[in-house]
Design a protein around this ligand. Structure first.
Ligand code: MCU
Length: 409
């Protein structure tokens, strides 16, 4: 079980699957009708230089019907927890309560014999009426918040650093999440934040006085917190729109393409660098430092966990470290999942340079506005597909993909 989990980073024969608990799977991501596949051991993984096929089940069969996505998605969620983020605890709904005062919701969680509490401030729009749609900011929202408020969207600040610290590589196991579940829990900081966002949503559902509509929620965050926003949306199906802003590695950028970029002389963030910099990923993720091609998934499949819900990446070509070419190539691979499901407009990617990191330029407001209108406010039928970059990077599908979009029934 997780409480006796022993961190064995560096022991390359580690069999991850035998060490993780069985009771803490991501319930939301694993519909009861889907069989729970046994996770492969690290040592059994084989190299694949391409971005893995998101439509290929672990048993070797390929998706035939759109409705197969539920179960394939559950498999990918399993792989993502096993190899990348660690496990999101299945906290019972009854464990969480909320209370509201002075434009703040306090979330109380009682589980595993412990109680924790955290508070999220809410900024309300001056237009519209309760219950409002709301954008949850991982740490804070770095979007154009005054525009969102004008559109009638509330902004909720989620205190991710209190849930799990991210100061540096020494932050592992620190924060409220680990006070509750133990400092040796497999969940990385990013997964602990995703868990916390789910508890915030439980509390919003139980606290009508907060005036937020839990059926019209988005999540955002920039840079490191954008990596967190992606995971929060990927592992929580009650979130309708996920907007990672300039997340770089661990966002749209895949580990494989970024490694190739690095080998070609670019100063981009790689897997082997990131596992030493901070605790965003589970400790065993470091096993893939020199062998990202052994990952049974890559970031295009993490992004695809948001499907069939909506996902909009807001990216920047002006910072090499963010691996903009990797993000563009990988996002196009991810987009194929929404294409196969017949909903290509629900995933967007907008990559425009000429601005500071985490400073959303006005030129990206049209796409943000369109996605918020359509998926959070709910009064637009615009089905424009936004997949754009101001770079001239070629997708090079022949190099990265050995699969194509299946015709699903
Ligand atoms: C893009 O996000 C990160 C990046 O992954 C880190 O390497 C760097 O230290 O910080 C970036 C960030 O969060 O900037 C605010």
């Amino acid at each position: 079980m997780l409480k006796s989990f022993i961190s064995l980073v560096g022991i390359t024969t580690l069999v991850l699957g035998t060490l993780t608990g069985s009771g803490d799977k991501d319930r939301a991501a694993r519909p009861a009708k889907c069989p729970v596949p046994a996770m492969p051991s690290f040592s059994s993984l084989t190299a694949n230089a391409k971005l893995p096929d998101p439509f290929l089940f672990m048993n070797g069969s390929r998706m035939k019907k759109r409705k197969d996505w539920d179960c394939r998605r559950a498999e990918i969620a399993g792989l993502a927890q096993e190899f990348v983020y660690g496990y999101k605890p299945e906290t019972a709904y009854a464990a969480t309560t909320g209370s509201f005062a002075e434009d703040k919701i306090t979330v109380n969680v009682n589980d595993n014999g412990k109680t924790i509490a955290f508070t999220c401030s809410i900024t309300y729009p001056k237009t519209g009426s309760q219950p409002y749609p709301a954008m949850i900011g991982m740490g804070a929202s770095n979007l154009n918040n005054s525009e969102l408020l004008k559109m009638g969207v509330a902004i909720i600040n989620f205190p991710n650093n209190k849930i799990a610290e991210q100061l540096n590589g020494g932050s592992r196991g620190k924060g409220l999440f680990y006070e509750m579940y133990g400092s040796d829990h497999s969940a990385s900081a990013i997964m602990a934040w995703a868990w916390g966002v789910s508890r915030l949503i439980d509390a919003l559902e139980k606290t009508p006085a907060a005036g937020i509509d839990p059926a019209r929620l988005g999540v955002t965050g920039c840079s490191r917190n954008g990596k967190g926003a992606l995971a929060a949306g990927a592992f929580e199906q009650r979130i309708k729109l996920t907007v990672p802003q300039e997340p770089g590695a661990g966002g749209a950028a895949s580990w494989r393409v970024s490694d190739a970029q690095k080998a070609a002389g670019k100063n981009v963030q790689t897997l082997s660098q990131i596992v030493g910099e901070n605790v965003w990923f589970r400790s065993e993720f470091g096993l893939f430092g020199k062998v990202s091609d052994k990952l049974p998934l890559d970031q295009h499949m993490i992004a695809a966990l948001c499907a069939p819900r909506a996902l909009l990446f807001l990216e920047n070509t002006s910072m090499e470290w963010l691996s903009p070419a990797s993000s563009w190539i990988t996002a196009n691979a991810a987009h194929k999942v929404w294409e196969a499901l017949g909903i290509p407009d629900r995933m967007g990617f907008s990559q425009i340079g000429g601005h500071n990191h985490c400073a959303l330029p006005d030129s990206q407001m049209p796409e943000l506005r369109a996605y918020v209108m359509k998926f959070m406010i709910g009064n637009s039928s615009d089905d424009t597909v936004v997949m754009k970059t101001d770079s001239d990077v070629s997708l090079d599908d022949g190099r990265w993909l050995d699969w194509s979009v299946p015709k699903l029934k």
